[in-house]
Design a protein around this ligand. Structure first.
Ligand code: ADP
Ligand code: MG
Length: 346
C-alpha cells in the first residue's frame, strides 16, 4: 500500500503592495488562520484523482491533460511540477480540506499548489526548500494555468510565520519579518463578490503594465521615479498603471516603517492611500468594495483597503482590538452581503 503524505498551507492577506510583485516592487503579506490541508497518495499510473470539501464530486484527470479551466487544474499542474522536480513518478490521489474562501484574494490557489508540492516533498529523502517550492508553485499558475501572477502569494503561503507580516522584496527575492501591532488587528471581510483570476482582467492589467515597461525600457515599474512617469508621453492607461506601481511601492516602504516604529495611524493612512490608488489609477476595485472600505473607515478602522488581485473578494481593515466586535457588527449590518473571514494580530 502506498504511503499518505500531508501538508498544510495558510491563506494570506496582503496588507499593502498590490500588483507590485511582477513590477519589481515590495509586498507585505501576512499568514491567516484559515488554511488548506492536502493529503496525497502517489500512484503508479498517470491519473490525478482529486476530492475536496469544496466540491461535491471528485475530479479524475490525467497527468498529460492541459489546463481546461476546471477547479482541479491547480492540482494537475502541481502534480506535473512534482514530477518535474523528481518528487513523484506518476499521478496521485489527492484529498483537500480547506477553510480559505476561493477567488477572494486570499490565495487559495497558491495555498493549494504549495500544500500539494509540500506533501509530495515528503515522498523523497531530500526535497527542495520552501523558496524553491514557492517558485515551482508560481510556475504552475504562470505556465500551466495561464495566470500571469507574481511571486507574492506563493512566498507568503510557503514561508510566512503566523502573527507577523512578511516584507518581501520581489526583485531581490529577499524578505524580512515585520511584527504585527499588539493592540490592533488586521480584519479580513469578504465583500460577497467573487472573481476568477483566470477570467482575463488580471491578465489585462499585466499587459497594460507590460506596455509601460516597454515604453520605459524596464521590468521594474515600481522603481521608476514619479516625475519621469508624469512627464512622459506614455498613453493615459499604462501611465496610470505605472503611477500606481511606483506610488504603491513607496507606500509599502512607508507602511513597513510605520509598523516597525509603532505608528499605527501612519500605517492606516498608507492603507487608505493604497485603496484610492487601486480605485483610481489601477482601476481594480468595484463600487461595492469602495463603499465597504469607506464604511470600514467611517466606523472606526485606522485604515482599510481592497486586498488581493482585485475585481471582488476581500477587504482588510486595521482595527483596534477592543473595538473590533462593535465595529464588525456595525459594518456587517450596513453591508448585508459582507461576511467576516479572519483576523490576525501580533
Ligand atoms: P484565490 O484568490 O483564492 O487564489 P484563484 O482564482 O486564484 O483565487 O484560485 C481559485 C482556484 O483554486 C479554484 O478555482 C480551484 O481551482 C482552486 N481551489 C481553491 N480552493 C480549493 C479547494 N478547497 N478545493 C479545490 N480546489 C480549490
Ligand atoms: Mg490565486
Amino acid at each position: 500500500m502506498s504511503e499518505l503524505y500531508t501538508a498544510r498551507a495558510p491563506g494570506r492577506v496582503n496588507l499593502i503592495g498590490e500588483h507590485t510583485d511582477y513590477n519589481g516592487g515590495m509586498v507585505l503579506p501576512a499568514a491567516l488562520t484559515v488554511g488548506l490541508e492536502a493529503t496525497l497518495m502517489p500512484r503508479a499510473d498517470t491519473t490525478v484523482a482529486v476530492s475536496s470539501n469544496g466540491y461535491d464530486a471528485p475530479a479524475i484527470r490525467n497527468l498529460a491533460d492541459d489546463a481546461v479551466g476546471d477547479w482541479a487544474d491547480p492540482c494537475v499542474g502541481a502534480i506535473r511540477e512534482a514530477n518535474a522536480l523528481g518528487l513523484l513518478k506518476g499521478g496521485a490521489t489527492i484529498d483537500i480540506v480547506s477553510t480559505i474562501p476561493e477567488g477572494s484574494g486570499l490565495s487559495s490557489s497558491a495555498a493549494l499548489i504549495v500544500a500539494v508540492l509540500k506533501a509530495a516533498r515528503e515522498a523523497v529523502v531530500e526535497g527542495p526548500g520552501d523558496i524553491e517550492i514557492a517558485i515551482a508553485a508560481r510556475r504552475v499558475e504562470n505556465n500551466y494555468m495561464g495566470v500571469p501572477c507574481g511571486i507574492m502569494d506563493q512566498m507568503a503561503v510557503a514561508l510566512a510565520t503566523p502573527g507577523t507580516a512578511m516584507a518581501l522584496d520581489t526583485k531581490a527575492m529577499a524578505y524580512g519579518v515585520v511584527p504585527l501591532p499588539a493592540n490592533h488587528e488586521m480584519v479580513v471581510v469578504h465583500s460577497g463578490l467573487t472573481r476568477k483570476l483566470t477570467d482575463g482582467r488580471y491578465a489585462a492589467r499585466k499587459e497594460e503594465c507590460d506596455a509601460a515597461k516597454r515604453h520605459f525600457g524596464t521590468e521594474d515599474l515600481c522603481l521608476l521615479d514619479l516625475a519621469t512617469v508624469e512627464a512622459s508621453d506614455l498613453d493615459e492607461v499604462p501611465k496610470k498603471r505605472a503611477l500606481h506601481c511606483l506610488t504603491e511601492n513607496a507606500r509599502v516602504h512607508a507602511a513597513i516603517a510605520a509598523l516597525d516604529g509603532g505608528h499605527i495611524e501612519r500605517f492606516g493612512q498608507a492603507m487608505n492611500a493604497s485603496h484610492a490608488s487601486m480605485r483610481d489609477l489601477f482601476e481594480m476595485s468595484l463600487p461595492e468594495i469602495d463603499a465597504l472600505v469607506a464604511s470600514a473607515v467611517e466606523l472606526g478602522a485606522v485604515g482599510a483597503r481592497l486586498t488581493g488581485g482585485g475585481f471582488g473578494g476581500c477587504i482588510v481593515a486595521c482595527v483596534e482590538k477592543d473595538l473590533r466586535e462593535e465595529w464588525l457588527e456595525a459594518l456587517l449590518s450596513r453591508h448585508p452581503r459582507a461576511r467576516f473571514i479572519d483576523a490576525v494580530g501580533g
